[in-house]
Design a protein around this ligand. Structure first.
Ligand code: SF4
Ligand code: SF4
Length: 371
């Protein structure tokens, strides 16, 4: 199944058309009008992809710049991850109608549409696997998530360009995709190396014209992956060290971070693996109907730590500490690995430019020094 084939760049439009023909709505990276960043949203075809653009990212900064090439995927990652296509930021879970003195519950099921995502990155697929672990493999399966997940077709693209904020190599999640895709592409100057990773992917590629990838093309793909890995300067500390964050809960570094943090929640909104949410009811004034909704939430919102009559994480220090220690330490106990896949979005999109990997390293060095 993992045979490497090749097709020229202009055939990407044909592949996207074939995916649409198979009944999928196609989501891809696109320059958000008026925003200047890339987001995953519905595309009509290859003409909507960000051809000839690369991203420059640093703490609190994201810019798209022309790169003089014809490549579609010469950028590191998008502002929004693929998360909203499985864990929808706001959705109605059920409604209740009173009819003839009885309550009738009506779940909101069966509305997921076949969705193909073009250009998913290694860090995002790793985060999707984390979300799967939470929503699908826990004691209770989230049927809303599952309905969308089952209809997802993933056309991943290996990274050829790392942003300065990327550190997926240190978490072991990138820059090459290691699994979880239906179709995997490596973009070269003139075309794509393609592999299939599922029977669905294989079916789509059955009649699609490709040639065997040459040794030279394969070597070029390997070299650009390696260049992407070595370009990464940020690193997360080794996973086995991270639980030590829990032994440094009173470090003054938490205060230092809290002085800069605005508690805006941008970091959790852009993080591909964060899944906190809240649920609420929206009753009609006539007393006959009510709706039950779910909203994405954040460690940084005051309400999120409201428990038995009080807010238990009153200050930003406690909220940031909750976020980082859950992501990097207690997540390992829950899911067998950290909740961070090294995409760097939380650092890029933090308006205060708080550098997640740098702060984790500072906290561990501080803990080491205190021993
Ligand atoms: S770390 Fe940055 S993005 Fe996250 S809540 Fe604080 S200011 Fe907002
Ligand atoms: S914690 Fe930051 S770097 Fe890690 S996956 Fe989330 S957004 Fe990406």
């Amino acid at each position: 199944m993992n045979e490497m084939r090749y097709f020229p760049r202009e055939k990407l439009a044909t592949l996207i058309a074939a995916i649409k023909e198979a009944g999928y709505r196609v989501i891809g990276p696109r320059v958000e009008p008026g925003q200047g960043g890339l987001v995953y949203c519905e595309i009509a075809g290859a003409e909507d992809l960000p051809q000839g653009l690369s991203d420059e990212q640093s703490p609190g900064r994201y810019r798209l710049v022309p790169n003089g090439s014809k490549r579609y995927f010469a950028w590191a990652n998008t502002a929004s991850a693929i998360k909203p296509y499985v864990f929808v930021p706001r959705e109605r879970l059920w409604s209740v109608v009173r009819k003839e003195g009885r309550l009738h519950f009506e779940p909101t099921h069966g509305q997921a549409e076949k969705t193909a995502i073009i250009g998913a990155r290694a860090c995002d697929l790793a985060a999707l696997a984390l979300q799967d672990a939470h929503f699908l493999r826990g004691k209770y399966v989230d049927t809303y998530y599952r309905a969308r997940r089952e209809k997802l077709l993933l056309v991943a693209v290996n990274c050829s360009h790392a942003a300065s904020t990327c550190f997926c190599a240190s978490t072991g999640d990138g820059p090459e995709v290691s699994g979880g895709y239906d179709i995997l592409l490596d973009e070269l100057d003139e075309g794509f190396i393609v592999r299939v990773g599922s029977s669905r992917g294989a079916m789509l590629m059955t009649d699609f014209p490709t040639t065997a990838a040459t040794t030279e093309q394969i070597a070029l793909a390997c070299a650009q992956g390696e260049a992407c890995r070595t370009a990464q300067t940020r690193r997360l500390p080794d996973e086995h060290l991270l639980p030590r964050l829990m032994q440094n809960l009173e470090s003054p570094i938490w205060d230092d971070i809290a002085e800069r943090c605005l508690a805006c929640g941008n970091c959790t909104a852009v993080c591909p693996s964060c899944f906190c949410h809240r649920e609420f009811d929206n009753p009609a004034l006539n007393g006959k109907t009510t709706e039950h909704w779910r909203d994405a939430d954040s460690c940084f919102s005051e309400d999120h730590s409201y428990l038995v009559g009080e807010v238990v994480r009153e200050h930003t220090r406690a909220r940031y500490r909750q976020w980082m220690t859950h992501k990097l330490a207690t997540w390992v106990e829950q899911y067998g690995r950290t909740g961070c896949t090294g995409c760097g979005r939380c650092t890029t999109w933090c308006p205060a430019g708080i550098d997640f990997a740098l702060e984790a390293n500072r906290l561990l060095a501080d803990e080491e020094g205190a021993r």
